[in-house]
Design a protein around this ligand. Sequence first.
Ligand SMILES: [Zn+2]
Length: 378
Amino acid sequence: MAHDLGDILGQTHALEQLHAMLAADRVHHGFVFHGPAGVGKFTTALALAKTLLCHEPSTTLTGQVEACGRCRSCRLFKPPAEDDADDPLRPVSHPDLHVVTKELSRFSDDANVRQRKLTNIPVDVLREHLIGPAFRSAQHAHGKVFIVDEAELMRREGQNALLKTLEEPPDGTFIILVTSSEERLLPTIRSRCQRIAFVPLPEDVVTHYVKQHAPKLDDPARQWVTRFADGSLGRAQLALNRGLTAWADALLPALEQLASGRAVPELGEQAAEQVDKFAEQWVKDHANASKEAANKLGAALLASLLTVEARHRLAQTAQRVPAGDPLAGDAALSPWLGVIEATQAFGQRLGSNVNLKLAAAGLAADLAAALRPTPTPA
Ligand SMILES: [Zn+2]
């Protein structure tokens, strides 16, 4: 992960906006970086922080302001170790860069806050790590930057507590809210911030990333990871680090079998097992994660894998359907629309706390029903 604005991939429009502000020396004090997960919002926030905190920023020939890379502040932005790759939250250790995440609650002085589940950013964490320090002076006398990752996890109370600081931040204090669910931020928060939109990355950027990080992957697997990534390096990374290609290897042929009229009785159990194994490993790798939350994450990945495949098949099928034959079109498309519906129903069952095994069995039954070939009339 890079820490310089010049290294951010595929976010031309967002970067143009930031560079224009830096060049004009009119950087807003509050930002909302919004857009899909895993497309570089947090990385860009870190790079902007590095530029803002730099003691001797320079201007390039093309007029872009850049961090010098040599000063006392820049030297604190070391690239993270490779094995931390799927944990973008390991913060840079810089006295004037404050990264606020839901994980911070485990370091709270307050035992009640420590014991709460990490599903939101408690208001006490915001007070301790943002609102309080925002009004203390910077250690390097070159400003302070606060990044709130997954900012949508601030509840209404927390967001309200932040309003005043966002409205009148002390001089040289910048607050960047990073979120993939901007609609969960209060309108009063959004209206006080400069909103910067991040978009899915172009396919060639993702392909290049996959080639670099998994040079041994064969072509079909690489294409599958790129498709699954759907413009997000975060998703590509997850697929590679968590062995999701093995899920695809097992599940996609099963869909084929169902579509050709053969039963796959083990499908539900197999899917539940994959999710369960994923969740167990996830809990081992993330000290404070709950098994329940990890199960949900695994199930969401499974649903997403199926949805991506169905969308791909729909696009392929739509190209093959002869123009002017709407009936043939409907017949060819409806199985894959059915797969999408099946994954939505799966998500709803898990959302209403049906256990994983049952939900996966339901999913398998729905998939079989959706893909079962209709008998051709004699
Ligand atoms: Zn510097």
